[in-house]
Design a protein around this ligand. Sequence first.
Ligand code: GDP
Length: 362
Amino acid sequence: ALHCGIVGLPNVGKSTLFNALTQATIAAENYPFCTIDPNIGVVPVPDPRMDKLADIVKPERVLPTTIEFVDIAGLVAGASKGEGLGNQFLGNIRETDAIVHVVRCFEDDNVVHVAGKVDPTGDIEVINTELALADMASVEKALQRAAKASKSGNKEELAKKQVLEKVAKHLDNGEPVRSLNLTEDELKLIKELCLITIKPTLYIANVQEDGFVDNPMLDQVADYAAKEGAKVVSVCAAIEAEIVQLEDDEKKEFLDELGLEEPGLNRVVRAAYELLNLSTYFTAGVKEVRAWTVLKGALAPQAAGVIHTDFEKGFIRAEVISYEDFIACNGEQGAKDAGKWRLEGKEYVVQDGDVIHFRFNV
Ligand code: GDP
């Protein structure tokens, strides 16, 4: 499954956020290097459409789809040279599919800041510099190999060398590889490097309870992200950690008091889902209403394969009703009567919200 790595300097609230996301209880101690092992958390994706479907279908159970987060140990300046737990966590970041970068935008004298003061832009730059340095080291090594191998006139190695030179120059200019807009072919040539700064990235501004507006620290993150075309989600991790502890009715009351419709975590999860380029389809039967995840642009057989590989192998047709039609027609029969029920083949591109029933051979 695709997963997001949560990165950031020590003591910015990564563990607090991760724990809230997974409702797990990993120690969030107030000192650097406490989160050593990468912790994987499987997090349900909140989607109000499921409840609407359930209102109509009245299934025995409702199952959300999930997304994985990995809590990656505190990055520090010098990590790419092996400072702190440098190499270990850089390796962990390489394995992720997207990066969720947590930035401290709260003041708290009781929580030590590794650089001595809260400085969002500086903090982001420390992390991004380490990530870029790690990429530069990989690119330089690969470039040496490609230069050597291409001497014999090997076309692929020559092409690789050219891409790597372009990437090296971009990194030298202080730009992340994701902003280089490489072609599919170029990307293929450097895929094996598992570059870090090529991964889609989103910034989480961890603010104080009252820090959502008129907060210059938050503005710094917004400015930085805007330059990269990246998204920013602001949350107060400490509050989120409290909210997840509450029973449902208490939760509602607490959110009402804060003037919120839903926990801020929902925004984090949805933004991460979007970052990974994922899309949701539903199955809706009397046994269960369930949400499933596919990559955007997935074809019907691939979507079937998410449920079971046999569904993909034996795929015949997909019975499809769009979410809007399903709701508007009050369910499958209504959609059929209204001519909104479609039989789609193996070239069908699954649309977000589709309610699907697969026909397959076993
Ligand atoms: P990590 O090192 O980035 O994983 O940071 P932690 O999640 O362990 O948090 C470090 C300290 O900051 C802990 O004492 C948290 O309780 C505290 N903390 C996290 N988020 C917030 C917040 O939004 N506001 C305040 N005041 N403290 C926070």
